[in-house]
Design a protein around this ligand. Structure first.
Ligand SMILES: C[S@@+](CC[C@H](N)C(=O)[O-])C[C@H]1O[C@@H](n2cnc3c(N)ncnc32)[C@H](O)[C@@H]1O
Length: 197
């Protein structure tokens, strides 16, 4: 069985469309087999996004790490008029995110392949991620611990992790280099905001 974070060229494509409403704005996303949460928008991602949007600044530069079909990055870009880059290791996810970007003519940004920050050269004001827990704790820590190398000095990291997926032990691990707050929690999901110590 292939996992959503693996590249499986033999996996049959069955494009479907997911919809999402925020305030009075409607969004639609192409999804497909072989990507994370292909049949519905993930509850953790929705909680992260809606928590972020309550305090988001407009007109900034955002990086969405592990973008999947582009849900977080596209809504943030459209809603806050920010420039958003989106990265993922899954080729099908990146292809879908690129296809989804084209649906939003006001969106500014790109979707491209990158294993964590390998292809990242620019600096951002915000990094946001629903990290790939299933890949393993080492990759999640690589994404969270190195985030500040790719942000401006006053950059902010936002992420969501479920309690039963080690949210509090990951928080503890990051506390030696980051100032972390829990800014929302619901249904076992914790939304964290972090700045550099
Ligand atoms: C929990 S999903 C979140 C997807 C999307 N942001 C959403 O909210 O629907 C994590 C994503 O990270 C991607 N991923 C896994 N390993 C990665 C890596 N090494 N670098 C970048 N992305 C990775 C997966 O392919 C998956 O799309």
């Amino acid at each position: 069985m292939s996992h959503y974070f693996e590249n499986d060229n033999n996996l049959k494509s069955e494009i479907k469309e997911l919809s999402y409403k925020y305030d009075s704005s409607f969004f639609a996303f192409y999804s497909d087999n072989g990507v994370f949460s292909k049949n519905s928008i993930d509850y953790g991602s929705k909680l992260l996004l809606e928590t972020y949007l309550k305090e988001a600044e407009n007109d900034i530069r955002v990086l969405d790490v592990g973008c999947g079909y582009g849900y977080l990055g596209i809504v943030i870009g459209v809603f806050t008029n920010s420039y958003v880059d989106m990265i993922d290791v899954n080729k099908r996810a990146v292809h879908l995110a690129q296809k989804n970007i084209k649906r939003y003519k006001d969106f500014k940004g790109r979707a491209f392949l990158s294993d964590a920050y390998q292809e990242i050269q620019d600096k951002y004001n915000v990094i946001i991620t629903n990290p790939p827990i299933r890949v393993g704790k080492d990759k999640v820590l690589e994404i969270l611990e190195n985030a500040f190398d790719h942000m401006e000095d006053d950059g902010k990291l936002y992420f969501v992790i479920r309690k039963d997926q080690g949210a509090l032990s990951i928080k503890k691990r990051l506390e030696s280099t980051q100032k972390i707050e829990i800014i929302n929690r619901d249904k076992g999901y914790f939304v964290f905001k972090s700045t550099k110590l």
